[in-house]
Each structure stands twice: as structure tokens, then as C-alpha cells.
Design a protein around this ligand. Structure first.
Ligand code: NAP
Length: 508
């Protein structure tokens, strides 16, 4: 069995003990094992701070962007291998696997392009200079400079390659070295991506490291110049935020957590119109893609009461026709859940939803003896609590009828990553957006005339990813905005010519 090693302080190294087994979730066959026991995490963090950081900060944005381009090229060459690993270790269909791997490559390319556009500067000049007193000599200027610590990235199990790439792209471009930790259960694609990047010798020593296996006390080792970007459950996010060192040293923490994303069908939409068909297609894709294990997947489907019958009928039919099975089989449209723990969580989550309404689709138990398979689940809930509070991280959603003001119902989710809206009534759109915007990181306005729209579930590198409240309160991506997490904003005040000379090395 393959033992996954970590890449720390410039070399591949394996932890002690048996470690955690990584399985094929379709067959439950063990594929690999990973352990981080005995690895010197403090030394790896020091290596990043003292070796990777200075080397990255010596480069311009354009030079860092060129490194991202090389990373994208290396992953592109290894694409088939990475897809196969996601299919084996993640339960992904080939199309699901592409979503992760191609998403990783596209995000690196987007930030490579941003680096080229930011040019020869090594830090950002933030806004115009300001005259501070009567004399034009007394001047103020904000700069945003790379922090001198390490960026620790802890990722969830559902996007091993994308999680690695999207976080690393922003940090490396900003000039901070990275220690990335994929979720252990599905780490094989992330581990192979790290191997590919390390073998190609693209990055300066210490710029990118990877810890495979349990995080142990990694977050507790961070200090005042370090940052931690975490994606995973709200409960783990809370634990990290409450660590004494995080509080004492004001360690900057970004949390991307749970989200009960909603899709809202407008009252103006007629059954079987193009807008209606787009809505139904987006909902079904979000329930079944990656077996619903997408942080942005639609969990709550809000429809005007008058359209409930049509939507119910169409969704039940389409979900019932979804072919669930081993992703190695070409006919399969939805693979298994990623792990036994996921299977348990999803089955018990469905029980909670069933207690609040009617089960319209989905088997209440696993659907095969081997493998973590479930059938897509749909519930109809008039009013409930769990439906707004408990994220079932699988192929499960609930249909909720509304009479008016759907935004108020959506807000009961207490903060989400994305809400999608399907309407052509501008007064309704305006009112709904005003109600939804404070509760979301992104609002997707579906329209049948937009060609090749990826739907609300796809996170794009140009747009902010994150959301308030339950969603973690974080912000990732968003083009140039993504860099701010890794940069320290400093206000300089003094003589205008001195400040102008200091700002010369930066990019406006
Ligand atoms: P999780 O149990 O919180 O694990 C997430 C990551 O945290 C894994 O790498 C895990 O490592 C690590 N971890 C576990 N305990 C830790 C601790 N005490 N300190 C530091 N790291 C720790 O979450 P999950 O169940 O794998 O992920 C599913 C959740 O992630 C869902 O709720 C989903 O909504 C959320 N998610 C959010 C986004 C987003 O962008 N907002 C994206 C994807 C997923 P091990 O694997 O080694 O245990």
C-alpha cells in the first residue's frame, strides 16, 4: 500500500505509526495511508518563514505570476493522473474530477494573469497619497506589504486539487510562503499535485510545503505574522478561532465553513419556460454533482406556492433518473459519498429533514452493501428549523414554498456562500437582492440567455468566495481582493518626496 509522505523543509518525509487509511469510497478498498506523527511541524513553519518568505518577497508580482503559470502547466501535464486519483480516492465521476482539477488549473492561470497585470511592483500602493496638513509636504500614503510569516492552508475533503491551488495562488502571488494541509481522507490528488510541482522545481525552496495526515497542533504553532486559511466544518473553524495563541497573537484567520445555499424561483416565472428549465437544471446539477459534497451546492429550493406542484414533479423525475454507481462506470452520473463518516452524517441529516416534512425522493439507507452510496434526496418542508440550520453535506435538498418575501426565509440560514435567483421581474430582483446581499458572499442571477453558464455552484477566481455568519465570515479569491489577506496595510506619514520614493517599488 502506498504511504503518502509530507513535503516539509525541502524533502519528502513520512510520519511514524500506521496512520490513517485512505480508501476507494466506491469499493472500500484501501489505497494508501498517511501519518503526520513525529514530523517536526515547528521546523517546517520556520523553514517557510526564513527560506520561502524572503525568496518570494524578492520577486515582483509579475515574477510570482510566472511561477503560478508554471504550476498550472505542470498540473495540466499531470491532469489525467490527477483525474484518476480523484475518481479512485474521492468517489468522483470523471466530470466531478474535472471540476476539481480543471478548477485548480484555471484558478492558477487567473492569478498568473493578475500577476502579469500587477507588473514589476513587489507590494501594493493602496490608494492615492493624501495631503495631511496645510503644507503639501506633510503627506500620507497607505501601502500593503507581504506579511513575514507563513500561510497555513487547511482544506476540506471535497476539493483536493482546487483547495490546494486556489489558496496557494493568492498567497504566493502576494509574496507569502505556504504550508498546505489537505483533508486526509481524499488527499491523494493533492499529494500528487504537490509531487508534480516539487519535481518540476518551479518554486523557490520553502515557498510551498505540504503536510499529509492529521494536522496535530499545527494551528497552535502560529504567531503574529502568520495567517491561517481554513475550509471545513463550522465546528472545527470555531475550535481554531478559540485557540489561545490565535487570540493572543491576533493570528489572521479566514474561515470558509458550512452554508445552506438557496435557489429562489421568482413569482413571474412560468412553468416550463426557459427560465424555469434553467432553474430546474441548476438545482438537479447542484444536488448530484460531486454527490452534493460542494460547499456551494443548493440546499434550499424556494418556489412560489403556485409552482410547487410542477417543480416537485420535475425534480422527483430527474433525481429518480440519476444513475448512481461506481464512478469507473461511464454511465454513472453520481458517485458515492467520500467516506464512511460522510455516509453516517448524510443519513442522519436526512432523518432530521424527514422529521420536518415529507420525503419526496431518496432512500433512507445506504443503497449497497459496499461503498458509501446514497440516492439523491429531496424533502418538502413547509416550515422547519433543521432545514435552515443543519447542512446535510450530500446529495440532498429541500423544497420550501413561499408566498412573498423569499429573502426573509433565506436569511434564516444565518449567512451563506451563494444564493441564486431566477426571475425577469426587475422590481422583484431589486427587492430580493437588497434583502439577500447582506447575508451572502455571492448572488447568482440566472438567465437562460447566458451561454455556457456554470451555474451557482461554481466558484470563479475573479469573484469573491466566502460568506457571512454560518458560512464562516471569510473571503477568498475575488482577483486582487484575494491578496489582502496575506498583506499588511500600513499607513506612512511624513515628507511627501520621501514617501513617494518609498512607494516607487510598489504597484498602484
Ligand atoms: P472538517 O472535519 O472540519 O475538516 C476540514 C479540515 O480540517 C481537514 O483538513 C481536517 O483534517 C482539518 N481538521 C480537523 N480537525 C482539525 C483541528 N482541530 N485543527 C485544525 N484542522 C483540523 O470538515 P470536513 O467534514 O472535512 O468538511 C466538510 C465541511 O466543509 C462541510 O461542512 C462544508 O460545508 C465545508 N466546506 C466549506 C467550503 C467553503 O469554501 N466554505 C468548501 C468545502 C467544504 P483531517 O482531514 O486530517 O481530519
Amino acid at each position: 500500500m502506498q504511504i503518502l509522505e509530507s513535503y516539509l523543509a525541502g524533502r519528502w518525509i513520512r510520519g511514524t505509526g500506521e496512520g490513517q487509511a485512505l480508501l476507494n469510497p466506491a469499493t472500500e478498498a484501501p489505497l494508501a495511508a498517511a501519518s503526520s506523527e513525529g514530523l517536526d511541524l515547528a521546523a517546517a513553519l520556520e523553514y517557510a518563514r526564513n527560506t520561502g518568505g524572503p525568496a518570494l518577497r524578492a520577486l515582483s508580482f509579475a515574477e510570482r505570476g510566472a511561477l503560478l503559470q508554471c504550476m498550472a502547466d505542470a498540473l495540466q501535464e499531470a491532469r489525467d493522473e490527477l483525474l484518476a486519483l480523484n475518481m479512485q480516492n474521492g468517489g468522483n465521476t470523471r466530470s466531478d474530477a474535472k471540476f476539481d482539477v480543471d478548477g485548480a488549473i484555471a484558478t492558477l492561470l487567473a492569478y498568473a494573469e493578475l500577476g502579469a497585470a500587477l507588473g514589476a511592483g513587489k507590494f501594493l500602493v493602496d490608494g492615492e497619497g493624501i495631503q495631511l496638513g496645510r503644507s503639501p509636504r506633510f503627506h500620507g500614503q497607505h501601502l500593503s506589504v507581504p506579511r513575514h510569516g507563513v500561510a497555513v492552508h487547511i482544506n476540506a475533503f471535497n476539493f483536493p486539487a482546487w483547495g490546494l491551488a486556489e489558496k496557494a495562488a493568492a498567497a504566493l502571488l502576494a509574496g507569502m510562503p505556504v504550508l498546505s494541509k489537505p483533508a486526509t481522507a481524499t488527499a491523494m490528488a493533492a499529494h500528487r499535485a504537490m509531487q508534480v510541482i516539487a519535481e518540476a522545481k518551479i518554486l523557490p525552496e520553502g515557498a510551498l510545503q505540504m503536510l499529509v495526515g492529521s494536522p496535530r497542533d499545527l494551528p497552535a504553532l502560529l504567531g503574529a505574522q502568520d495567517v491561517l486559511a481554513f475550509t471545513g466544518s463550522g465546528a472545527t473553524g470555531e475550535r481554531i478561532r478559540a485557540l489561545p495563541n490565535v487570540i493572543r497573537h491576533s493570528v489572521r484567520v479566514n474561515v470558509e465553513a458550512d452554508s445552506l445555499n438557496a435557489a429562489v424561483l421568482g413569482p413571474d416565472v412560468e412553468a416550463r419556460s426557459d427560465m424555469y428549465e434553467l432553474f430546474v437544471k441548476d438545482v438537479v446539477r447542484d444536488i448530484t454533482q460531486k454527490a452534493g459534497q460542494k460547499c456551494t451546492a443548493i440546499r434550499r429550493i424556494l418556489v412560489p406556492r403556485g409552482l410547487l406542484g410542477a417543480v416537485r414533479e420535475d425534480l422527483v423525475e430527474m433525481l429518480g433518473a440519476t444513475k448512481v454507481g461506481d464512478p469507473m462506470n461511464e454511465e454513472t452520473r453520481m458517485g458515492p459519498l467520500a467516506s464512511e463518516a460522510q455516509l453516517k452524517d448524510v443519513l442522519s441529516g436526512m432523518e432530521r429533514l424527514a422529521s420536518e416534512g415529507e420525503r419526496l425522493a431518496g432512500n433512507p439507507t445506504r443503497i449497497s452493501e459496499k461503498g458509501y452510496f446514497v440516492s439523491p434526496g429531496l424533502f418538502e418542508i413547509d416550515d422547519g428549523k433543521a432545514v435552515h440550520e443543519h447542512e446535510v453535506f450530500g446529495p440532498v435538498a429541500s423544497l420550501l414554498p413561499y408566498i412573498d418575501n423569499p429573502a426573509a426565509i433565506v436569511a434564516r440560514g444565518n449567512g451563506g456562500l451563494v444564493c441564486s435567483l431566477y426571475s425577469e421581474d426587475s422590481a422583484f430582483i431589486e427587492q430580493a437582492v437588497a434583502g439577500l446581499a447582506p447575508w451572502h458572499g455571492r448572488i447568482y442571477l440566472g438567465h437562460p440567455k447566458i451561454e455556457l453558464s456554470p451555474g451557482p455552484g461554481t466558484v470563479l477566481p475573479q469573484l469573491v468566495h466566502g460568506g457571512p455568519g454560518r458560512a464562516g465570515g471569510g473571503e477568498e479569491l475575488g482577483g486582487r481582493r484575494a491578496l489582502s489577506f496575506y498583506l499588511q496595510r500600513v499607513a506612512l506619514e511624513g515628507s511627501r518626496p520621501v514617501l513617494q520614493s518609498l512607494a516607487k517599488e510598489g504597484t498602484a
